[in-house]
Design a binder for this molecule. Sequence first.
Ligand code: AKG
Length: 335
Amino acid sequence: CLAIIKSDCEVSPNAEPTTFLAILNVGLSNGLTEECLLTEAAATGGKVIQVVMLPGKSYCFLICASLEDSQLIYEGMHNISTIGQQGAVAYLSYVKQLPALVGKREWNKPLPGGLHIIADFVTEEEESTLLRAIGEDGRTSEGTGTLKHRNVKHFGFEFLYGSNNVDPSKPLEQPIPSSCDILWPRLNSFASTWDWSSPDQLTVNEYEPGHGIPPHVDTHSAFLDPILSLSLQSDVVMDFRRGDDQVQVRLPRRSLLIMSGEARYDWTHGIKPKHIDVVPSASGGLTTQARGKRTSLTFRRLRKGPCDCSYPVLCDTQQTKVPQELHASLAAQAV
Ligand code: AKG
């Protein structure tokens, strides 16, 4: 095992204690979760600053708060802990350093053009207010609001998953809740970028851990640019794709995602149905993040006419086939 980490990522064992521990025989590839590892380490009395796990690998690393913490964890877990799937036994070793930037390449790609993420767009208090407001009202999809991989509600206009469109002649009784009005003045710094007006359509998606949404582009002729999505309750990783290009984007809880221009029209976006995301860690490696229940508020503005964008590939106005096929996966989710 030690030979593998040496050849994989040039990490050498150290006979004397260090604050870096390699945990061998368990990792992302055999189902180890950060939560499980941290619980096990905490039970030894040792304090962990960070867990570093590498995609596809059956080992991982811990950064401990001090040499004393590292020794407590080593003594409490080496050869004793059964934390992998099917109770794989963990072997521990002190190591000289952590792997440099291993697995991080995926995360070093530039974001799609026109994609912005504004962290802490709402406070925790505002998050609670918004969740209360959308919980009380709204039109549920397909009568029940349950798609195979998430629950959905609409305000302003219903998004029709059969046609992947809205019917502008049929506004819903419930407009977008007025508690959302606090959001729009915060977009002032972007206002010159778009011909801005407040959204008139809101789709609320509730994802339990393990839920997701298939890759799709929001129908060009149905909605204007930009499309906004506010993430509440949990972080998640969203995948953007254009041809062979794929970019993973972490959407933190309480952040606002803005998809404009290229990101709105020329890239698909989707969320893989998983319980755990692999995400960058501060030390330059990767770690896992268990998903909690996530509620997203996707705000759109109806276009009411053909799309005149300069991104024809996924444009239903300019070609009918590709977007329909893409959206078929969304429609297929309806129960
Ligand atoms: C949609 O409802 O079409 C979405 O893409 C939702 C995105 C999200 O959950 O942030």
